[in-house]
Design a protein around this ligand. Structure first.
Ligand code: AMP
Ligand code: GLY
Length: 423
């Protein structure tokens, strides 16, 4: 079996690592990969452009393409592969709109009866202010906004500023703007494997989006994650999945754009029950670095089955009861900027620790005598397994602390609060 993994982040390294554990012993290819992925997979494309990936997949005669990031999904990579009869794990461009457009996601959620915060699309600042009935309130921009498209406004002045920025100054360009009810609670990421007909939930995870300890500082791509999440036991997971995944899969099937791949629901667990904040149509990063190391089932088999309508019928996941924690090491300046070329030391020593795996994200070099160097914002994710969140976290930090590079940044509190709760 030949499998091509598309993408170059920590998420794709975790996917490749899980595929490499498949009893089918697949031959792994990557497009473009990173130094960690390329230790497991042969690079066959210089990037992840649709035409180049399709040509490489055809030339290699691959049995499955796994698409990691959202951009190639939205660009129609899965559709283009299907058109040449190559099974591809991931949604079509039409189904990926669930992530590509926040207002489309809201519309689908309402049609499918999925609980989410109340919202109103607004065209003017006055309309926006009139639609807000209490503070804090949330103002959202539907479009690319470099992580700044969600503003939690504590009072009317803050809401006015956000609305003026988005609707009048158009700091993010053109796009719909809506105000949303502020939801309070703990967040959880629930990912499910989908085959167009059903959703099978993977282990729950929580990620840490802010740059600094105590959830201070700017938003990032994610500075760490852990799994499982206290309070979300297997029965609760099944109950939540029936509320937030299955109705979306049903609704998209009804519309003739069935969902295949990973459906990621970002939930707020409020006093009134779970509410969906957003959907992503791919694995989360860094959630994947804790979810997949706990998956004992054959990922290659599950992914291939998910590409076929109803292919996951009867699938049951075997999940490691141990806990996983991942700690992201970022480069100097992240998230505002990033640093390239800083020499990284200690990766092999960290990976040699018991139950520790180092996933590469923004790394470069490492071939022949060339040193491994930083090559992006999030550089590495150090994952460890342990009998409980506390021991997994101690191991992950032991691994993280044995890796050194100039400007290294990490949070010290990943999974700390949760490790003090009963499982
Ligand atoms: P989103 O891109 O929609 O997931 O929003 C990014 C982050 O903003 C979320 O992970 C939440 O922490 C926060 N957020 C978004 N919407 C709300 C809401 N309605 N109430 C409270 N926090 C929210
Ligand atoms: N960890 C959040 C995401 O992957 O979008």
């Amino acid at each position: 079996m030949k499998i091509l993994v598309v993408g170059s982040g920590g998420r794709e390294h975790a996917i490749a690592h899980a595929l490499a554990r498949s009893p089918q012993q697949p031959e792994l290819l990557c497009a473009p990969g990173n130094p960690g992925i390329r230790a497991l997979a042969r690079q066959v494309a210089s990037g992840q452009e649709v035409d180049e990936v399709v040509a490489a997949a055809q030339a290699e005669g691959v049995d499955l393409v796994v698409v990691g990031p959202e951009a190639p999904l939205v660009a129609g990579l899965v559709d283009a592969l299907q058109a040449v009869d190559i099974p591809a794990f991931g949604p079509s461009a039409a189904a990926a709109q669930l992530e590509g457009s926040k207002t489309f996601a809201k519309e689908i959620m309402i049609a499918a009866g999925v609980p989410t915060g109340g919202h109103a699309v607004v065209a003017t600042v006055d309309e926006g202010l009139a639609a807000i009935t209490s503070y804090p309130a949330v103002v959202k921009f539907d479009g690319l906004a470099a992580g700044k498209g969600v503003v939690i406004a504590v009072d009317e002045a803050a809401a006015r500023e956000a609305l003026v920025d988005m609707l009048e100054t158009k700091v993010f360009g053109d796009g719909e703007v809506f105000v949303e009810e502020f939801l309070e609670g703990d967040e959880v990421s629930l990912l499910a494997l989908c085959d167009g007909e059903r959703a099978i939930p993977l282990a729950p995870a929580r990620d840490f989006k802010r740059a600094l300890d105590g959830d201070e500082g700017p938003n990032t791509g994610g500075m760490g994650a852990f799994s499982p999440v206290p309070g979300v036991d297997p029965d609760t997971l099944a109950e939540y999945s029936a509320i937030v995944h299955q109705p979306i899969v049903d609704e998209l099937a009804r519309r003739g754009t069935p969902f295949h791949g990973v459906l990621y629901a970002g939930l707020m667990l409020t006093a009134a029950g779970p509410r969906v904040l957003e959907y992503n149509t791919r694995f989360g990063d860094p959630e994947t670095q804790v979810v997949l190391p706990r998956l004992r089932s054959d990922l290659a088999d599950l992914m291939l089955r998910a590409t076929r309508p109803g292919g996951l019928a009867g699938a049951e996941l075997d999940v490691d009861p141990r806990s996983a924690v991942t700690v992201v090491l970022a480069s100097r300046g992240y998230p505002a900027s990033s640093s390239k070329g800083d020499v990284i030391e200690g990766v092999d020593a960290a990976g040699a620790l018991d139950d520790v795996t180092v996933f590469h994200a923004g790394t470069g070099g490492g071939e022949g005598d060339a040193p491994l160097v930083t090559n992006g914002g999030r550089v590495l994710a150090v994952t460890a397994l342990g009998d409980a969140l506390g021991s997994a976290r101690e191991r992950a930090y032991a691994g993280a602390e044995s890796i050194a590079f100039d400007g290294r940044q990490l949070r010290g509190d990943i999974a700390l609060a949760a490790s003090r709760l009963p499982a």
